[in-house]
Design a protein around this ligand. Structure first.
Ligand code: ISE
Length: 362
């Protein structure tokens, strides 16, 4: 039997299930949809650093890009369409890294095929589309959808979550977030500020506080002269949760400097900050300055988090649980989309905009 003819594992059983105790489990065969900047990064980690998996099939709307990336992933092959990736017999699980507007349809197709999927954020570009995925997964009767909010796998994020769960910080009063990018791609708009960037802090609220956001307000300082035409940058978002915790998110995406993501939790028993590490701090630079270095973008800054996220997902697929502990789910993707919608509305609103959530399927 060739690899192509091998039957995919029964969904939920994982590719390991049929192996004897002594045999090494077979690699999970991953199909990757979209191999631009983020997808190519995932192919690289799957081919070089992740244990127990390999890329078997990939596609991109630019065939030439797909061919180039495939050449770096031993044993992979290119197909013309994303539908072929999902349907391929030698694909056990799917990683989606295409642009956000395609995610709903592609994740629904994975559910239809009964294949576990790790989809890059956002799950969808609006709450209604995201809820379609929640409903379809519920109807399928099995949890298959993981969402790529990689910060959940960052070591600092994990420590802060542990401290909160252990009660070390007391009751959360404030969550103060800072998110800075050196620059953004051409065409980046205020909508991208919300759905592409602030969405990470919006998911951080679910991750750390585990309760719904009830309202969001945007405060617009004057923009930096470095902001691309038409972009309001920086922005300050204020979120309020059901129990009264306030979350501030200072988002500035054209600093022309480095990449910084800092998160401070102020609790009734104490405050804790993560994301300040700068590697080596130099105190004897020329000109009597002191300082360290910041990474230029999110890939080096969150490399270890991405690796941990994909490794945990591969392990979950292999053991049949399909979704790693602490991973974002389809529901988290829906919640993020609902909060993003209110945040986008708040850009033009005078005051806070309420967030409403549909019922969570049992
Ligand atoms: C980008 O899409 C990301 O996901 C990065 O983590 C974020 O920092 C950046 O602002 C987004 O554009």
């Amino acid at each position: 039997m060739t690899a192509e003819q091998t039957a995919p594992p029964q969904p939920g059983s994982g590719p390991v299930a049929s192996q004897s105790a002594s045999a090494a489990p077979p690699d999970v065969r991953i199909g990757v949809i979209g191999v631009g900047r983020m997808g190519a990064d995932h192919v690289d980690r799957l081919s070089r650093r992740i244990k127990g998996a390999r890329v078997s099939v990939l596609s991109d709307y630019l065939r030439e890009t797909a061919e180039k990336v495939s050449a770096t992933a031993p044993g992979s092959r290119v197909v013309d369409t994303w539908q072929e990736v999902i349907a391929a017999a030698d694909v056990d699980a799917v990683l989606i890294a295409s642009p956000g507007q395609f995610h709903r349809e592609q994740v629904l197709a994975c559910l239809e095929a009964g294949k576990p999927v790790l989809c890059e954020k956002p799950l969808a570009m609006n709450p209604s589309d995201a809820y379609d995925v929640v409903r379809a997964e519920h109807e399928a009767g099995r949890a298959l959808v993981s969402l790529g909010f990689m910060r959940r796998f960052d070591a600092g994020y994990g420590q802060l979550k542990d401290a909160l769960e252990a009660g070390e910080l007391g009751t959360p009063l404030l969550l103060n977030c800072k998110h800075r990018n050196a620059s953004v791609l051409p065409g980046f708009t205020d909508t991208h500020m919300v759905y592409d960037s602030a969405v990470h802090e919006i998911d951080a609220i679910s991750f750390f506080l585990d309760e719904p956001v009830v309202s969001v307000q945007t405060v617009m300082p004057r923009s930096t002269e470095k902001a691309p035409e038409g972009l309001h940058d920086p922005l300050l978002f204020l979120f309020r949760t059901a129990s009264g915790t306030v979350v501030t998110d200072e988002l500035w995406v054209s600093t022309d400097a480095g990449y910084e993501v800092r998160t401070e939790l102020v609790g009734s028993k104490g405050a804790a900050t993560v994301g300040q590490e700068a590697g080596m701090v130099t105190t004897q630079q020329a000109g009597s300055r002191w300082g360290g270095a910041v990474p230029l973008d999110f890939r080096p800054r969150f490399l270890a988090a991405y690796d941990a996220e994909v490794q945990a997902w591969v392990a979950a697929v292999a053991d049949g649980s399909n979704i790693a502990p602490r991973s974002a789910t389809a529901w988290d993707g829906y919640v993020a989309a609902a909060v993003c919608e209110a945040a986008e509305q708040s850009l033009a609103a005078d005051g806070a905009v309420a967030v409403t959530l549909r019922d969570r399927p049992a």
